[in-house]
Design a protein around this ligand. Structure first.
Ligand SMILES: *Cc1c(COP(=O)(O)O)cnc(C)c1O
Length: 400
C-alpha cells in the first residue's frame, strides 16, 4: 500500500494547512505598520489563548529559550529556587537554574509519577525566589497539579513567583492562570498552535516584572523587560520570525473559528478535543492489554508500556515503516521502555481512529498479546468517543 506520512509526535505536531499558506505569503518587513498591526494582534490573541490579562512576550527561539529567559530575568546568583521534577523537562529546569548559579532545592519523583503537594510544601522556603514546574511532563505523559501548587504558594503567602512550563500544557489543559496566580506561563509554537518550531511565548505577571528589577543574572537577547518595552510599540527587539508569526495568527484564527470566532471558547474546545482523543487512546491501549506508563496521564500525549520483553522501538519502527505514522520512543534512559502517541494540536477523530487501527495491526504482527483480536481497541475508542461527545445514552442503547 502507499503510505502518507503523518506526525503523531508531541512537538513538532501536524501543521495547519492555512497557517502554512500564511507563512509562505508573509513577505513583509518588520519595521512597517503592516507588521506592527500583525504583531499587536498576535500578542492579543496569545493573551486570550493563555487566558491571561498579563503581558505576553513572544520570542524567536524554541521553548527552552523562554525557559532560560524565565531563569535569567528573575534570579541572581545564589538565589534559592525550587524545581519540581518528574522527567526530562523537569531536569531541564535544574540544568538551567544551575547554569545561572541558582541554589536549587529539588522535589523529584520517579518518571511517570507526580509530586505530592505535601512534598512541595515541605521544600518551600521563606527565601525561595521562584518555583519552576511543568504543567505536563512530555517525556512521561504526566499532568502535574498547577492549580494545587499555585494555591499552596498563595496559602503560604510566599514571595516566590510560580513559573510554569506549559509548552505541552497549553491547549491540552483548562487553566485559569490569573485566578490561580501563575506568574509566568510558557508556550511554544510547535505544540498546540499547529505551526513549526521557532517561536516561544510567555505571560508575565506584575509580581514577576517587579522581581526583574533587582535580578542580577546576565541577559542580552533574552531580556524580557526590553522585549516588553518594544512590544508596547508593536515591535520586537530584534528581527522577529515574521513568517512564523503570520502562521501563528492564522492558526489562532482557526482555533477561534471552531467556536464561532470566540478564541477563548475555541481554546476550551481544543482542550476538550485533546481530552477526548487521549481518553479514546487510553481506552484503546488498555483494551489491547497494554499498560499506561503514567499514574496521572494528561491529554497532550499518551505514554504506553510495551509488553514485557518487547522493545518499544518495535512499535515506533513498525508504525513508520508500514503506515507512515511517526510516534515517539521514550526519551533518554526511557528509550525502548515506552512509546508515546500525541494528541496536542491539530488532531481529530479520524486521525485517532487511524492510529488506533494501525496500532492493532502492529499488535497483531509483533506484540503477541494474550487474547488479541482485531477491533477490541477500536471498539473501546468508539465507545469512549460516543460517551464523550454528542451520542446520548438512549441513542447508544437504541443502537444495540
Ligand atoms: C517541547 C517541550 C519543551 C521545549 O523544548 P524545545 O525543544 O526547546 O522547544 C519544553 N518543555 C516541554 C514540557 C516540552 O514538551
Amino acid at each position: 500500500m502507499i503510505r502518507k506520512t503523518r506526525l503523531f509526535t508531541p512537538g513538532p505536531t501536524p501543521l495547519l494547512p492555512a497557517a502554512q499558506f500564511a507563512m509562505a505569503a508573509a513577505d513583509l518587513h518588520h519595521r512597517t505598520p503592516e507588521f506592527r498591526a500583525l504583531y499587536v494582534r498576535v500578542l492579543e490573541q496569545l493573551r486570550t489563548f493563555i487566558g491571561t490579562k498579563n503581558d505576553v512576550i513572544l520570542m524567536a527561539c524554541s521553548g527552552s529559550g523562554v525557559m532560560e529567559a524565565s531563569v535569567a530575568n528573575i534570579t541572581s546568583p545564589g538565589d534559592r529556587v525550587l524545581v519540581l521534577s518528574a522527567g526530562k523537562f523537569g531536569e531541564r529546569w535544574t540544568g538551567i537554574a544551575k547554569a545561572y548559579n541558582c541554589d536549587v532545592d529539588l522535589v523529584s519523583v520517579p518518571y511517570g509519577q507526580t509530586f505530592s503537594l505535601d512534598a512541595v510544601k515541605a521544600a518551600l522556603k521563606v527565601e525561595t525566589r521562584a518555583v519552576y514546574m511543568q504543567a505536563n511532563e512530555s517525556s512521561t505523559g504526566t499532568r502535574h497539579d498547577v492549580e494545587g501548587v499555585a494555591k499552596l504558594l498563595q496559602d503560604a503567602k510566599s514571595d516566590a513567583v510560580l513559573v510554569v512550563d506549559a509548552i505541552t500544557g497549553l491547549g491540552t489543559t483548562h487553566f485559569d492562570a490569573d485566578a490561580w496566580g501563575v506568574d509566568i506561563m510558557i508556550g511554544g509554537s510547535q505544540k498546540a498552535v499547529m505551526i513549526p518550531p521557532g517561536l516561544a511565548y510567555c505571560s508575565v505577571s506584575e509580581k514577576a516584572w517587579e522581581l526583574m528589577g533587582n535580578a542580577l543574572n546576565p541577559r542580552y537577547y533574552f531580556d524580557l523587560r526590553k522585549e516588553r518595552k518594544n512590544a508596547a510599540k508593536g515591535e520586537s527587539s530584534y528581527t522577529p520570525a515574521i513568517s512564523l508569526i503570520a502562521g501563528l495568527s492564522t492558526a489562532l484564527d482557526y482555533i477561534a473559528s471552531q467556536a464561532d470566532g470566540d478564541l477563548a471558547a475555541g481554546r476550551a474546545k481544543l482542550v476538550n478535543n485533546a481530552e477526548t482523543i487521549a481518553a479514546m487512546t487510553r481506552a484503546a491501549v488498555e483494551a489491547l492489554g497494554l499498560k499506561l506508563f503514567s499514574a496521572s496521564p494528561g491529554a497532550a500525549l499518551t505514554a504506553v508500556l510495551p509488553p514485557a520483553g518487547v522493545d518499544s522501538g518495535v512499535v515506533v519502527k513498525e508504525l513508520k515503516s508500514r503506515f507512515g505514522a511517526i510516534i515517539t520512543n521514550g526519551q533518554g534512559e526511557m528509550k525502548g521502555q515506552l512509546f508515546r502517541i500525541a494528541h496536542i494540536g491539530y488532531f481529530d477523530y479520524l486521525d485517532t481512529i487511524a492510529i488506533i487501527g494501525a496500532l492493532e495491526q502492529v499488535a497483531a504482527k509483533s506484540l503477541k498479546l494474550p487474547g488479541f483480536e482485531f477491533g477490541k481497541a477500536l471498539a473501546a475508542a468508539q465507545q469512549t468517543f460516543a460517551e464523550r461527545t454528542s451520542v446520548t445514552q438512549p441513542e447508544l442503547a437504541a443502537a444495540r
